[in-house]
Design a protein around this ligand. Structure first.
Ligand code: MFK
Length: 559
């Protein structure tokens, strides 16, 4: 007997996302007539033709040809058709350019990333090369290297598909991973040029025309201070490779359309971006941008997963009624939506702060808060993205575990978000470092308090109280914790701060919705998020517990 079940369907990815529409209305009130038609157009494309094409291409993957028919090393990577179309769409719709044209001043980052939010879930992680491209543009501008800006920026921010370049971000090495201070790639002088020799172990989107790479100039000291940031183009003018050999493509859990490669740099001609040291400092602006994109990709993925799960709940009947009418299923979906709304507002707050900073209008406190909000947004939303994708798959029962529904991809592609661009723990330590900076903790607290102060409706009181209590506990912990306990608690602290800011943003947004006739949905989400719990600092274990759970006793004394 055939099993006939209506598959989940999508409707316009912009129009069917009230939270995104509210954000756009708040951030770009004077420009709605200009930005909304494009968002609606892309929303239609994302939910319609591109969504269908994703299903058709489900099994396609990029392929690498190392040699041409006549024995020349070419390392040609053939992308999937949807990725080729994504490159065209990205240029035409200014998915990078919008941030640099800055037609809407400080709100240009929100505008740009709203476009990304609508399209990315239908572009099979094409956000990866775009994030790095955007980050490279930012790093070159911040380094103030006029020659490189003049050469690369018009390409990186082009709206012409044939002219637009993408950039790689080459940091990770076999020995290094998160700890880039161990970088082995060396830069040797060759007349007026520099040449890079070494191996890059994870290079995402290897079809890029250029890359920013960390390398150690010959004779420079060990450690990260001895690293410099280099600019290189991957091909020579005649199309031959610039000393960049693609050894193989990675066989990854997800992001399967994204060609991630292991590279050998064998004399790649390169140019220092900002002198011959301080490479980590020089690449930090790129990380700020890519981590913001990561947070936006996380919330975009959550929205896609929940849109599918909600639609399916109306089509799928079990135990005598559509799932949407089953109290437990509806309660599950409501909890996921509340998490998504907090995460969404945090990701876009990071974007708004970045936009204000780039436009030169951020207050001193906003500038300081940005340093902490970026890693907080990246690490908090990355974890939520995996949890929500996992729950969303479960909403489909067995179908969520079956490949040709297209659903498992949602979980696989979410799982990269807490890993690349700094794992949760690496970013939690980054938050600790950021909070050690003068005024950063105060600026972050002021940020939380300002949003809470905007929330006046009495129904928001439990959410406000939960956020105030969590912030106070985090501040007390930070003032008291020292030594290994401080490091051990870094993740709990960071997730508490991330979730607290989410709740504060959601409370303020709920108030805006009430004030502007947008209804009580966000208020319900704020109340629900507060009940989920936002304070992980409270869960701090003792040192003895840590030893019992990770020491020899955890392996039955096997060590
Ligand atoms: C959908 C979106 C897709 C996104 C694209 C995906 C592409 C995927 C490609 C990758 O995964 S690339 C690899 C990603 N790898 C990482 O993100 C590295 C993770 N490790 C870290 O982030 C470490 O924290 C770090 C390497 C930065 C630590 O290095 P150090 O040298 O031990 O750091 P240190 O000494 O704290 O900082 C050196 C300088 O940089 C300092 O400035 P000063 O020299 O002026 O003192 C720091 O203040 C500055 N800095 C470090 N992190 C910063 C920063 N500045 C601003 N923001 C930061 N986050």
């Amino acid at each position: 007997m055939p099993f006939l079940q209506d598959p989940p369907r999508l409707t316009n990815a912009y129009l069917a996302d009230p939270l995104l529409r509210e954000l756009v209305a708040r951030a770009l009130p004077g420009a709605l007539g200009e930005v909304e038609p494009e968002l609606e157009h892309l929303g239609e494309l994302a939910a319609g033709r591109l969504f269908a094409q994703q299903a058709v291409e489900r099994l396609l993957e990029p392929r690498i040809e190392h040699w041409d028919a006549w024995g020349r090393r070419v390392d040609h990577i053939e992308l999937t058709p949807l990725w080729r179309e994504a490159a065209t769409l990205a240029a035409r719709h200014g998915l990078v350019a919008t941030a640099y044209e800055r037609r809407h001043g400080p709100a240009s980052r929100v505008h740009q990333l709203a476009l990304v939010h609508v399209l990315e879930p239908s572009l099979d992680v094409y956000a990866c090369p775009l994030a790095m491209t955007d980050g490279a543009a930012r790093a070159l501008l911040d380094a103030g290297n006029a020659a490189l800006v003049e050469r690369a920026l018009p390409r990186l921010t082009s709206r012409e598909p044939a002219r637009m370049w993408t950039s790689g971000q080459w940091m990770t090495e076999r020995i290094g991973g998160s700890d880039v201070s161990l970088t082995e790639t060396v830069a040797r002088r060759d007349g007026d040029d520099w040449r890079l020799f070494g191996t890059k172990w994870f290079s995402s989107a290897t079809t890029a025309e250029m890359a920013l790479a960390l390398a150690r100039p010959e004779g420079a000291p060990a450690g990260s201070r001895g690293l410099a940031l280099f600019y290189l183009e991957t091909r020579n003018e005649d199309g031959t490779t610039n000393g960049v050999l693609v050894n193989r493509l990675k066989d990854k859990l997800g992001t399967r359309k994204l060609p991630t490669a292991e590279l050998t740099l064998d004399g790649a001609r390169a140019v220092p971006v900002a002198g011959l040291s301080g490479g980590v400092r020089a690449i930090a602006p790129m990380l700020t941008v890519t981590r913001t994109w990561n947070a936006v990709a996380a919330v975009a993925g959550m929205q896609r997963a929940l849109a599918l799960a909600r639609d399916y709940a109306r089509r799928r009947a079990a135990f005598g009624a559509p799932l949407a009418e089953k109290p437990l299923h509806a309660d599950t979906l409501a909890g996921l939506e509340a998490e998504r709304e907090g995460a969404f507002l945090l990701a876009f707050r990071a974007a708004a702060l970045l936009g204000a900073s780039e436009a030169g209008v951020a207050s001193d406190a906003e500038q300081l808060a940005l340093r902490a909000v970026t890693p907080l947004a990246k690490l908090t939303t990355g974890k939520q993205a995996v949890a929500i994708a996992s729950e969303a798959l479960e909403c489909f029962g067995g179908a969520g575990y079956v490949e040709d529904t297209g659903l498992p991809r949602l979980l696989r592609d979410a799982q990269v978000l807490p890993i690349w661009e700094g794992t949760t723990n690496v970013l939690a330590l980054d938050v600790l470092r950021a909070l050690a900076g003068e005024g950063v903790g105060e600026a972050l607290a002021a940020e939380v308090n300002a949003h809470l102060a905007a929330a006046r409706d009495p129904a928001l009181r439990p959410a406000i109280e939960a956020a105030r209590a969590a912030l106070a506990r985090a501040e007390a912990w930070l003032a008291a914790a020292a030594g290994p306990a401080r490091e051990a608690g870094a993740r709990r602290l960071a997730l508490t701060l991330g979730r607290t800011l989410e709740l504060a943003l959601l409370a303020a947004h709920a108030q805006w919705c009430l004030d502007h006739g947008r209804g009580p949905r966000a208020l319900a989400a704020a109340r629900r998020l507060a009940r989920h719990g936002i304070d992980l600092v409270a869960e701090e274990p003792g040192a003895e517990e840590l030893e019992l759970l990770t020491g020899p006793s955890a392996d039955g004394g096997a060590r």
